[in-house]
Design a protein around this ligand. Structure first.
Ligand code: SF4
Ligand code: MG
Length: 337
């Protein structure tokens, strides 16, 4: 089985008035065909920056891509292309058409002065110039129905403020999927919603994934959100991936102390719950302008030892497909045990 997207050693730096932030320091992750990758970490860890780099929507001129590759397998043409080398014109074709993105607060992404129908139609017509207005409207209504909006023939003429937050998120999903993209990037898509609506939206995304056969990148600060909804998980901390594995390995066999800490802060998952001895995460996220040397997690890590404070740990594959970045899990350290 293949990957639709492969990010390799991505490095992004922000040059701001307050200083330099190395936002991504060699991020690598893979998005499998027709599956969901959950990208998890605290705010500021680089998970949104990675997504914006894939979309080629980083703020200019502050953000600079300093290295790395983003390989996208275009199912339509059968070609693999490096997103970072595409012209802006080609990116306009890829963006929204082959790779779509939805955000946490749809109110800011939807235009308040146009009906939701007009906005979905616009998205459809931009990528299908030959389609008539009537056909686009029919397709918009159909998409509203697909995402479970009741009476779509009527709601298509609603303005965003006439809808609830959950309905607006459904509209955003309808818009994102109206062009049948190969990848849907969902950045904290349910964070602003109450728990019941969150579960409905995540269920909907799962169902649509089966129906449309697409890959999803689900970005969240909450490991609980990806438990039911992701096939693989990448855990990020201060611009690096610290652990990457199948969802069951992350939950049942976590290796990185940061992953353990995140798990400890997830409410009970099932009857068995989580092991009581898992330590939570203490301390604050260090300033990204002045990150600690060595392993960036060392000031908060209950297991930190001398080497952690000076040397950055390498990526180690501890079992097939399970990657960890921690001195506790390098062979050298294991041999000392
Ligand atoms: Fe903790 Fe050291 Fe592992 Fe970093 S490398 S997570 S400080 S044990
Ligand atoms: Mg974010």
């Amino acid at each position: 089985k293949g990957n639709i997207l492969e990010i390799k050693n991505l490095q992004v730096t922000f040059y701001t008035e307050d200083g330099i932030v190395r936002a991504l320091q060699g991020v690598s992750y893979e998005v499998p065909d027709n599956e969901t990758l959950g990208v998890v970490g605290e705010s500021g860890c680089g998970k949104s920056v990675t997504a914006l780099t894939v979309m080629r929507l980083l703020p200019k001129p502050q953000a600079r891509v300093e290295g790395g590759e983003i390989w996208f397998k275009d199912k339509e043409t059968g070609q693999e292309i490096n997103i970072l080398e595409q012209s802006e014109e080609h990116m306009r074709h890829i963006r929204g058409n082959k790779i779509s993105m939805i955000f946490q607060e749809p109110m800011t992404a939807l235009n308040p002065v146009y009906t939701v129908g007009d906005q979905i139609m616009e998205a459809i017509m931009v990528h299908n110039p030959d389609i008539s207005k009537k056909e686009a409207r029919e397709r918009a209504i159909e998409m509203l129905k697909v995402v479970g909006i009741p009476a779509p023939e009527k709601r298509v003429d609603d303005y965003p403020h006439q809808m609830s937050g959950g309905m607006r998120q459904r509209v955003m999903i309808a818009m994102a999927l109206s062009t049948n993209p190969e990848i849907l990037i969902a950045d904290e898509p349910t964070t602003a919603l109450d728990v019941t609506i969150q579960a409905q939206i995540l269920d909907l995304m799962n169902r649509l994934q089966e129906q449309f056969g697409m890959s999803i990148i689900l970005i969240t600060h909450n490991l609980g959100v990806v438990a039911q909804n992701a096939d693989r998980i990448a855990v990020m901390y201060l611009g690096r991936i610290v652990e990457k594995a199948a969802v069951r390995d992350i939950f049942h066999n976590p290796k990185h102390p940061y992953t353990e800490g995140l798990l400890a802060s997830v409410p009970r998952l099932d009857k068995g719950g989580l092991k009581e001895h898992l330590p939570g995460i203490t301390g604050n996220l260090p300033s990204p302008y002045n990150p600690p040397p060595g392993c960036k997690f060392h000031p908060r890590c209950p297991y930190a030892f001398d080497r952690c404070r000076v040397e950055e740990p390498p990526e180690v594959e501890v079992s097939p497909g399970h990657i960890v970045c921690c001195w506790l899990h390098t062979k050298e350290e294991t041999n000392h045990e």
